[in-house]
Every structure is written in structure tokens, then in C-alpha cells.
Write a new protein. Structure first.
Length: 732
């Protein structure tokens, strides 16, 4: 947006409050209000507004003129605030005391950035100041004002250079400079010897004019096309335009900012830079570009005698673009020009990319363009077809059907087997050969190869052929033989599975639940395989139980992938640290899959057996035999590792035959019996340990009326009173 500086004085007859009508729209505003009165009692406005929005006072400068008049200049700003567009925007002043001459000066711009305001009551020649600009903008405008009672208004000067010192040679001026980065501007005031007792103000506005751009542009499909482009943000018409540096010539106005041009012939690189000179700068974009020369001759060597380029010179070693103006008669020959270009065969025999249709002669006209020099021209190539088939048959494709028992080789034409036979075919698979090769009886463009084994869905293969002489050949009057080749890809559509040659492998071994197992308990193991296993005989899992070798025999699961093995704990087995599974052995049997492959006996991922304990040892207990006159005797014995005891009593006193549950303590036990009749009883003690192992012992209990003593016992007191000799004599 251009910067507008307006000098709008308030006349002597006007007094505050007052108003000035301003045209236009502003997003930022600086207002400098100055007045001079002869009696020293004047004051500036107390408020200023524009478009109904208040401005803020940002500075004031005052001084005394030589006549004694007061000189006052106040500064007001409305920054970055949008004022609605209006044909008559009112700048209003209110308050203050004004009876003398007054003037208001204001600047309207797209954006206002007030950095520094400086003022002095007495400005002499050489007064300097500095303004620091912290913001970046496309352009900056400096509006500097010097006022006294004799001079009002602004004068415009030419733009100074960037970062140059600003020297004031007029009373009031406006400078505009480019500023794309932050900068500091210094200024010096000159020729002010007659301007004593004046006031000074400096305001800065920043505004950015949009750079021109290309908003739309046509792609080029061929040289000579009429193409258009549209500019935006430009203030003048474009001067010129180029495509990849080549002038497009005259630009014609279509409408608005849209112009047309005729596309020049340039090298076809797929894209081109469209550069437009406008407003003393350039605007550019990238468009798609294609010319009418679709092919490119890159290598310049000596062409074959039967080449389309034979005896044609282009006077350059650089690339030459070319195209077909008039093609050969398709009734005589068809040339695949694109394939010839892609294979870089332009200088080779044109027959490599030709299909002969019928005997005859035809001429094609070709054109060329040399980007290096801009030279263009045409030349001709002639093709003669004599009607003789001299083209050797070729393979179009090869594939294996789902059954995997054949390789169908699709040929370019009908085939037969010559005098040298059907040999010479090979298959890239190790150990696989071609058993036979024949022309298909229904479609003679197919050769069927029979492999020595069925091909599976896992086979990746190629085929080859060594010409045995007059082997496979076409049906021409003079047959053309299939040439020797190798590495022909084969599409494998077989759904056949390869033979199973791998035996079953264990995946894991399931073990018994952690706990203590007693005599008679079963330890069950499950061996899991990667496929179903058929069992013959009785294979076994070898176990280590307390250092003793034991075997868990196969019991079930044949025909599945989970085989169960079981061992029954025997009396005497004991392992308090956890059993171990050591190996799997056949024991004269077999473990095989459905293809009779023997299983690998290595055990993988055996479960944790550290908590599988075995206690097959019965507890040790005892019962003390007793003969007593006590009719209610107490019987005793040892319990050692038994956890529970049961005492059974049987005898003459049938009414007292009974069982007693006894809890052992500290390895022993005792039991008070009820009153018993005289007689002999059988005591049976059964003990069970924590694993459930059980044992029993028996002893006799005799309840008697008295207990007999020996004669020696009866006379012992007497004997003790006798002398030793008498004692010995009595017992001889």
C-alpha cells in the first residue's frame, strides 16, 4: 500500500473541539497536532479520535518562538487497528484551549510502527537523531516534520539509498527506502540557522507492496501451441517471458492480468521454467512441456546400412530429438518406433523392430530437431519386404499348470520338429531334466515340455534350449530354427506340494503337576510333535528319580501329535529335589509320520520338573510289647516320619476291641487304653506319611493278675545279708 501524507490545517477561526474529514482506509495512523498562539495560554487537544476509535498520545514537544508565541506539537497514534473503509472518515479533536493559528498533520499507511519521536525547543544546524527499526517490512517510510509559526506542510524528496544518512535540506520532507531487515537510520538537520525556537517530530511507517506471482499457467503439449499465464500482485504489464531461457516472443493481453504467447520449440525435458519479467522483477513457475519430437538419438555412431538413420548427419555430437512425420505403409511393414527408441536401436538394423506384413516397398518420412543449435529438418527411410519369411521364431512366455506335470512354452508362431529331433531343452532345477518335448497337438504355437518329476509350488525355475541343428523350427518355406537361449523365465502355477522328507520333531514335553508322588502314583508325560506320529512298539521316556534310572512307557496318542508316557512310582523310589527327563528311546519300536519318515528323538522344551518330587519310602514305626497287671495300661512306640497313626486292638475282651487315631509327637507316640479284662491282646499299629505311604507293625499286650518273679528275686534280700561264701554256695 502506498503511503499517504496529508496536510490538513485547522484554520484560525476553528477552535477545539474541531474535526477534519479524511478520505480512505487506514490500518495504522500517526497524527501530529501543532498550534501557535500569541498569549501563551493555549493548549492542545485532550483527545483525538478517528472513525470513532480513540488515538493514544505518544509524545509532545513545546517551545517558544522569537515573538514570544508558544509553539506546541503533540503526537497521537492508532496502531494496527482496523478503521472501516469510508469515503469520509472523520478525525476529531476535543478539549484544549485554542484561539490562535493551529494545524493538524497525519499520516495514513498500511501498517504503522512508531519507534522514536524526538523533539527540541531550539533546533540548530547539526542537530542529530536516531531511529531503530526492530521490524522487517517490504518498505519503510520516514515522515519528518519541522514546524514553527511561519511554516507548515510537507515536501517530498527523492528516495535515499538504504542505510544512508538522511540530511534535511527542506523544512519538511518524506523519505521512502527499501527495508527487508531491521536497521537503524541516522539523520542530521541542516540549514536551520533561521529556524530557532521550532519543534521537531519524526514518525516511521512500514508498508509492503505484494510481489508479482504467476497464479496460473498452461502446460505445453507441442511447440507452436498458444498458451496463457495469469499474473497477480503486479502493477504493470509484463515486459517479456522465457521458457528454459528461450524467449516466447510477443505477449498478448487476453484480459485482466492474463496474457498469451506461442510456445517455442525447446528440448523436451518433461518440464520447463516459465520466467516472466514484470514490475522490475521476475515471477516464475514450472509447467509441463512436450514437443512433437518424442524420440531421442543420444549416441552418435555409424548407423547400419539398414538403419532408419543410414547416411544421415546432424553436425553435432549432442542429443538429437526426432519423430515420425509419415509412417511406413502398415500393409507392407509395421515398425515399433517407441521400442526402437527405448532399446537405443536407432542406429541398428530397423528389422529388429519391424513386423513384415506383405511383399512390397514403402517409404517413411522422419523429422529431427537439434536442441544444441535449434536446427530442424526431415529425411526418409525406405523398407523393402521380399515376401520371404526370414524371421526366427521366439518364445512369448512359459508356464507350469496347476498339476505341475508340464511346461507350456508359447511360441511366436506355429512350430514343427526338424530332422535333428526334439532334444536340447534344459530346466534350471537341480536333478530335474526334460523327459520329452513335443509340439502341442491342438495348438501348434505351443511346445510342451515334460519334466522328470512333478513340479511343486515351491519350485522357481527357468528353461533353456541348445539348438541341435534342425530342431524346433517354424513352418516357413525355408524353416527358421529356434535359436539357442537360456534363462527363459517360467511362471509356476503348480499347486502340488513337495514330497515330505522330514521326520517329526518334538515341540515340547508336558510334565506332571508339581507335588509329591507316592508308591502307586502315576507320573504322566505328554510329548508334543510338529505333526501326527504313528507309534509301533513301546517307546519310552527315560527318567532320573533320585539318581535311579526309570522309564515312562508309551501308553496312548498314536496317530496324533501328542503322545502320552506314564511311570508308576515303585516302593523305594525317592527324589526330594525333582525328577529329570533325560531322553526318548524307541525300545525296539518306531515313531514315524504319515510318509514313514522316522522321528527325531531329541526332546525340545521339556517342562520344569524341579517341583515333581517322589516319596516311595514307607514310614518307620514301632510298638512296644507289654505285659502288665495294669488293667488300664498305656502303650507306647516310635513314629519317626509318620504323620498319622491308627492303633487297632484285638483280644479276649471283645467289648474293648477298638481302633485309636493317634497323633505322633517328636517321633514317638503313646495311647491310654480303657480298662481291659485279663488276657492277651494283639496290637496293630498302622502309620501313614505325608506322601501317603503306609506301613504297619504288631506287638502283644498281656494283662495279668500278677507278675511272677524268679527264686533269686524272692530271696535276694536274704542273700545280701549273708556272707559271700554262703551266697555262692546257695546258688551252686
Amino acid at each position: 500500500m502506498a503511503v499517504t501524507v496529508v496536510d490538513a490545517p485547522i484554520t484560525t477561526a476553528d477552535a477545539y473541539p474541531g474535526a477534519i474529514t479524511v478520505s480512505g482506509t487506514a490500518t495504522g495512523l500517526i497524527v501530529a497536532v501543532g498550534h501557535s498562539v500569541g498569549f501563551g495560554d493555549a493548549s492542545g487537544p485532550s483527545s483525538v479520535s478517528m472513525g470513532g476509535q480513540s488515538l493514544t498520545q505518544i509524545g509532545v514537544a513545546e517551545g517558544a518562538a522569537s515573538s514570544g508565541h508558544d509553539v506546541s506539537l503533540s503526537f497521537w497514534a492508532l496502531n494496527e487497528t482496523k478503521i472501516a473503509a469510508a469515503s469520509n472518515t472523520t478525525l476529531s479533536f476535543s478539549g484544549g484551549n485554542q484561539t490562535g493559528i493551529a494545524a493538524a498533520y497525519f499520516t495514513v499507511a498500511g501498517s504503522v510502527d512508531v519507534e522514536t519521536l524526538s523533539a527540541s525547543g531550539n533546533i540548530s544546524t547539526g542537530t542529530t537523531g536516531s531511529v531503530s527499526l526492530a521490524r522487517s517490512a517490504d518498505s519503510l517510510t520516514f515522515a519528518c516534520s519541522l514546524h514553527d509559526s511561519a511554516s507548515l506542510g510537507f515536501s517530498n524528496l527523492a528516495n535515499p539509498a538504504e542505510d544512508s544518512e538522511i540530511t534535511a535540506t527542506n523544512i519538511d520532507f518524506v523519505y521512502g527506502v527499501e527495508a527487508d531487515t531491521a536497521r537503524t537510520v541516522d539523520f542530521t538537520w541542516d540549514n536551520l540557522s533561521s529556524r530557532n525556537n521550532s519543534t521537531l517530530a519524526l514518525s516511521i511507517t512500514a508498508s509492503g507492496a505484494a510481489s508479482p506471482t504467476v497464479s496460473a499457467a498452461d502446460d505445453i503439449t507441442s511447440e507452436g501451441d498458444t498458451a496463457e499465464f495469469t499474473l497477480s500482485g503486479n502493477s504493470a504489464a509484463p515486459v517479456s517471458a522465457t521458457l528454459n531461457g528461450t524467449s516466447v516472443g510477443t505477449l498478448t493481453l487476453v484480459s485482466g492480468s492474463t496474457y498469451s504467447y506461442t510456445a517455442p520449440l525447446i528440448a523436451d525435458d518433461g518440464t520447463a521454467d516459465l520466467v516472466i519479467s514484470v514490475d522490475s522483477t521476475t515471477a516464475s513457475t514450472v509447467i509441463s512441456y512436450a514437443n512433437s519430437y518424442p524420440y531421442e538419438l543420444v549416441t552418435h555412431g555409424e548407423p547400419d546400412a539398414n538403419s532408419a538413420f543410414f547416411d544421415t548427419a546432424f553436425a553435432t555430437d549432442g542429443p538429437v530429438e526426432w519423430g515420425v512425420v509419415t509412417d511406413f505403409d502398415s500393409g507392407v511393414v509395421v515398425v515399433d518406433w517407441a521400442a526402437m527408441d527405448a532399446a537405443e536401436d536407432e542406429l541398428n538394423d530397423i528389422a529388429l523392430h519391424s513386423t513384415e506384413v506383405a511383399a512390397g516397398e514403402s517409404t517413411a518420412t522422419l523429422k529431427y530437431f537439434v536442441p544444441e543449435s535449434g536446427a530442424t529438418g526431415t529425411f526418409q527411410a525406405t523398407a523393402t519386404v521380399d515376401g520371404t519369411d526370414e524371421t526366427a521364431p521366439t518364445i512369448s512366455s512359459a508356464s507350469v499348470p496347476t498339476a505341475g506335470n508340464n511346461i507350456a512354452v508359447q511360441m511366436s508362431e506355429s512350430m514343427q520338429v526338424g530332422a535333428s529331433g526334439s532334444g536340447g531343452w534344459t530346466i534350471s532345477l537341480a536333478g530335474v531334466s526334460v523327459s520329452s518335448a513335443v509340439v502341442d497337438g491342438t495348438d501348434d504355437t505351443i511346445i510342451n515340455l515334460t519334466p522328470s518329476r512333478t513340479l511343486t509350488d515351491e519350485d522357481t525355475l527357468t528353461i533353456g534350449y541348445t539348438q541341435p541343428g534342425a530342431g524346433f523350427q517354424d513352418l516357413a518355406a525355408t524353416p527358421n530354427d529356434l535359436a539357442t537361449f537360456s534363462g527363459q523365465a517360467v511362471t509356476n502355477n503348480s499347486t502340488q506340494q513337495p514330497p515330505d522328507v522330514t521326520g517329526p520333531v518334538t515341540q515340547s514335553v508336558g510334565v506332571p503337576t508339581a507335588g509329591t508322588y507316592a508308591t502307586g502314583d502315576d507320573l504322566s508325560f505328554t510329548v508334543n510333535w510338529d505333526e501326527a506320529v504313528t507309534v509301533a512298539g513301546t517307546p519310552a521316556l527315560n527318567l532320573d528319580i533320585g539318581g535311579m534310572s526309570r522309564q515312562a512307557d508309551y501308553v496312548s496318542g498314536s496317530g496324533s501329535a501328542a503322545l502320552v508316557f506314564t511311570y508308576t512310582v515303585q516302593a523305594g523310589d525317592e527324589d526330594d529335589s525333582g525328577i529329570a527327563v533325560s531322553s526318548l528311546t524307541l525300545e525296539g519300536g518306531t515313531l514315524q509320520d504319515a510318509s514313514s519318515n522316522n522321528a527325531t528323538l531329541t526332546l525340545n522344551s521339556v517342562g520344569d520338573t524341579s517341583g515333581v518330587l517322589v516319596d516311595g519310602v514307607a514310614p518307620v514305626i514301632s510298638i512296644n510289647a507289654l505285659t502288665t497287671t495294669d488293667a488300664t495300661p498305656v502303650v507306647t512306640g516310635s513314629a519317626e516320619d509318620a504323620d498319622s497313626l491308627v492303633l487297632d486292638l484285638e483280644g479276649v475282651d471283645i467289648t474293648h476291641s477298638s481302633s485309636y487315631n493317634i497323633t505322633p509327637s517328636a517321633g514317638s507316640w503313646s495311647q491310654q487304653l480303657p480298662e481291659l479284662a485279663l488276657g492277651e491282646y494283639l496290637m496293630t499299629l498302622t502309620g501313614v506319611d505325608s506322601a501317603g505311604n503306609e506301613t504297619f507293625v504288631t506287638a502283644a499286650l498281656n494283662v495279668v493278675e500278677s507278675v511272677a518273679t524268679s527264686p533269686r528275686g524272692l530271696f535276694q534280700p536274704l542273700f545280701r545279708s549273708l556272707s559271700g561264701s554262703v551266697n555262692q554256695t546257695l546258688f551252686r
